[in-house]
Design a protein around this ligand. Structure first.
Ligand code: C2E
Ligand code: MG
Ligand code: MG
Length: 759
């Protein structure tokens, strides 16, 4: 049970008890009153008694005093009760007490006093009982004192009044205290002390007043009576005033206390509401702080990580690398390796399978990288398909190479995505830490250089060395210069004659590009062609070659009737072949030079042709429609698939010079030539052999039925003017002894088969 419910139960019990006590008191009071009325001596009832009763009923209610902080009023009419005791005995006093109390209560009720249902009879009964008790006390005292004890004797009167006053005061104040206690539950003694003791004053005054009136009634001295009554009136009024003031002061104090309590309650409520508002504001602020910290963390994470793979980004990687460079500078025993990795042909994955698959491929790669590394290592995505790794605590580049190979092996395992089986390939460059590095960019640049080297060599991970950097820098320089080479007239064409091996007739030329660098002099094609291809510069350069060689051919075809069908062969890069624009470029060159399409031959290396065979078949088909000739270059190096080869519309097949080279002084090692030539014949292609340097090589080729030849033995590539001079000179292109007669025999009378032994 809660304390509140308990309190309520106590109040209910107290009220029930109080009501019971009231009923008992009323019953006893009624009995006492009946007794008093029955035993009132007949001699008592006269005008005097009736006057006193009338006075008690009409006047006494106006001379009451309300006790401070109490609902019990003590009437001055109590003095009438004492007087009734003295004049008419106990029974008269009891009747008077009943009348006087009834009058007082009714008066108070009219004044708005909130009497409970039993309070008026209870008050009357209390006064009757108090008066009855006083009567009994008086009888006891008179019994003890003997028949001599009468109020007429002044000394007896004082004692009598004392007993009366004391008894009446004790009884009435005790009853009042009991009922107050029953109502409030406060302690009886405290209640009596607090609210009832002060009523003793009225009793004393009442006793005095009763004594005086009794004396006056006995002696009839008007002046004394007037003086006494005046003194009593003054005392009464001043006392009533002071009581009034006390009551007012109490009321004010109570009001002030109530106001104070209300203000305190309001302040407390306000404070509580402020506290809860503050709590709310604090929790909101806390939530805002949490959200802010989270977005700060997200922001920081986003600033330092790649959103697709979740790996560190370039900046993050750079920061770590910078710290590591500083650490290794401070402590030379700290060594690490930086790997630069790029996914080979990633662009093709993106182009053929779409960017979504491309993204997933990067995510797979990222996961595999993480799996392969130690916890202290760092892996970052630093570009589209470029990743970088720091291998910590690894002084040895060989070990780094081993790790790189393991990474390579893991990354190149096939996996399937969206129904496609995908295999990725990697280029890996390694740069070991070195005191010469001051910035992350420097070490990353060298790892990148090594990666490019690895890409070129296609022979696994490459470890950076300074030579690579020099080459790389040179390459950069060359690339920059190459951009302006054509417009600066640094590019020129050399022409190498291609000769019929059967009759020594000049068939045409292969146009070979030459670069006379203003500062570096002649730069060989193997150094600048790959740069031109990588940078895309090969396209404008080839367009220039097509126009220049066709223009030149047109001129030379006019020199003599036997040159009318001279053919110029132009090398076409794989980069250009993938572009449909090649068709337009070729048509443009033919149109501007007005040479016949069949006199332009395009050379495409075997590896280029096979790289994207279907596309090559398509483009070559369209070129064939234009009417140009097509030649497969460097044949034997590109692992042709025969099924593809016979679908490619090539007119001629040019055997790679490495096969020609192999043929020795006595015509040995010619098996491959033999195979290639018979293959070409089967495919209905003419055969050109390039790189013919020796007579035995020439003899073998002639003997095997090779159609055309090209090589230093016949003629070296020469510039425009020298070539033109040759055209006018009409030289003998084949060594004289190797020009076959009409019967196919060399002019010196020996057959080729006589002079050369075929192996
Ligand atoms: P290629 O197309 O196979 O050209 C033939 C190369 O063999 C030429 O080298 C030529 O000078 C060389 N050669 C010819 N006969 C002999 C010989 O008897 N012995 C030796 N050792 N070499 C001989 P070059 O001019 O240095 O060209 C090398 C390669 O550069 C060419 O091989 C070709 O792949 C490329 N190239 C040259 N010019 C161009 C061009 O205009 N466009 C393109 N895309 N590539 C070109
Ligand atoms: Mg060629
Ligand atoms: Mg070649």
């Amino acid at each position: 049970m809660s304390s509140k419910t308990f309190d309520n139960a106590q109040v209910v019990n107290r009220e029930r008890f109080s009501t019971s006590v009231k009923v008992v008191v009323i019953g006893l009071g009624a009995l006492c009153l009946v007794y008093a009325v029955a035993n009132l001596p007949r001699t008592t009832i006269g005008w005097g008694f009736l006057f006193v009763l009338a006075f008690a009923a009409l006047a006494s209610p106006h001379v009451t005093l309300t006790l401070p902080r109490s609902r019990f009023a003590i009437s001055f009419a109590d003095s009438l009760i004492f007087l009734a005791f003295l004049l008419y005995g106990g029974e008269g006093a009891i009747i008077l007490a009943a009348v006087e109390t009834l009058a007082n209560c009714l008066y108070l009720k009219r004044s708005g006093h909130p009497w409970g249902p039993l309070m008026i009879p209870t008050n009357i009964a209390i006064n009757i009982l108090a008066t009855t008790t006083t009567f009994i006390v008086l009888l006891i005292v008179q019994g003890i004192a003997g028949p001599d004890f009468t109020p007429e004797k002044t000394q007896h009167l004082i004692t009598l009044l004392g007993v009366l006053g004391l008894s009446q005061f004790m009884m009435s104040s005790s009853f009042a205290a009991i009922f107050h206690t029953l109502k409030t539950g406060e302690s009886l003694w405290e209640t009596w002390k607090k609210y009832c003791f002060s009523s003793s004053m009225t009793q004393i005054v009442g006793i005095g007043l009763a004594g005086i009136v009794f004396k006056l009634v006995n002696y009839g001295d008007i002046i004394t009576a007037a003086t006494a009554l005046l003194a009593i009136a003054v005392a009464f009024l001043s006392y009533r005033q002071s009581i009034g003031e006390v009551n007012t002061a109490f009321a004010q104090v109570e009001e002030a206390e109530r106001a104070k309590a209300a203000a305190e309650r309001e302040r407390r409520l306000e404070a509580e509401s402020h506290a809860s508002q503050l709590q709310l504001a604090l929790s909101k602020e806390e939530q805002a702080n949490i959200a802010l910290r989270k977005s700060e963390r997200d922001f920081q994470h986003a600033a330092l990580h790649d959103s697709l793979t979740g790996l560190a980004n370039r900046k993050n990687f750079g920061d770590v690398l910078r710290r590591m460079i500083e650490e290794s500078k401070a402590d030379s025993s700290i060594a690490f390796q930086v790997l630069f990795l790029d996914i080979r042909g990633f662009k093709d994955i993106n182009d053929s399978l779409g960017h979504t698959i491309g993204d997933k491929v990067l995510v797979v790669a990222a996961k595999r990288f993480i799996r392969m590394l130690n916890p202290g290592d760092v892996v970052a995505r630093i570009g589209g398909d470029e990743f970088a790794i720091i291998l910590r605590d690894l002084p040895n580049a060989d070990k780094a190479q081993k790790v790189a190979r393991r990474i390579y092996k893991s990354l190149t395992q096939p996996f399937s995505l969206g129904g496609h089986s995908i295999t990725i390939d990697l280029n890996i460059g390694i740069a070991p830490s070195d005191p010469e590095y001051d910035t992350p960019e420097e070490i990353l640049r060298d790892a990148d250089i090594a990666m490019h080297f690895a890409k070129e060599k296609n022979d696994g991970p490459a470890v950076f060395n300074r030579e690579m950097r020099d080459r790389f820098l040179e390459r950069i320089r060359l690339e920059m210069d190459l951009r302006h080479a054509v417009e600066r007239n640094e590019m020129s064409l050399h022409y190498q004659p291609i000769v019929s091996l059967t009759d020594g007739r000049l068939i045409g030329f292969e146009a070979l590009l030459r670069w006379h660098h203003a500062k570096m002099g002649m730069i060989p094609p193997f150094r600048f062609i790959p740069i031109a291809e990588d940078s895309g510069l090969i396209l404008p350069i080839t367009i220039w070659i097509l126009h220049e060689s066709c223009r030149q051919l047109a001129e030379w075809q006019k020199i003599a009737p036997e040159y009318r069908d001279l053919v110029v062969s132009v090398n076409i890069s794989g980069k250009h072949l993938t572009k449909n624009l090649l068709i337009d470029d070729v048509v443009g060159a033919l149109q501007s030079s007005r040479v016949a399409a069949r006199t332009l031959k395009l050379e495409i290396t075997e590896s280029t042709a096979m790289e994207n065979a279907e596309h090559t078949i398509h483009i070559l088909g369209r070129l064939k429609e234009i009417g140009v000739q097509l030649s497969i270059d460097d044949f034997g190096t590109g692992y042709s698939s025969l099924s593809v080869l016979h679908r490619l519309p090539f007119d001629t097949l040019k055997i790679d010079r490495s096969f020609v080279n192999r043929v020795g002084e006595h015509g040995e090692d010619s098996e491959v030539l033999q195979t290639v030539i018979s293959l070409a014949k089967n495919l209905k292609m003419r055969v050109i052999a390039e790189g013919i340097e020796t007579k035995p090589q020439l003899a073998v080729l002639q003997n095997l039925g090779c159609d055309y030849g090209q090589g230093y033995l016949l003629a070296k590539p020469k510039g425009r003017e020298e070539t033109e001079e040759l055209l006018y000179k009409r030289p003998q292109w084949l060594p004289s002894e190797q020009i076959a007669d009409d019967d196919g025999q060399p002019r010196d009378g020996r057959s080729i088969s006589d002079s050369i032994t075929l192996h």
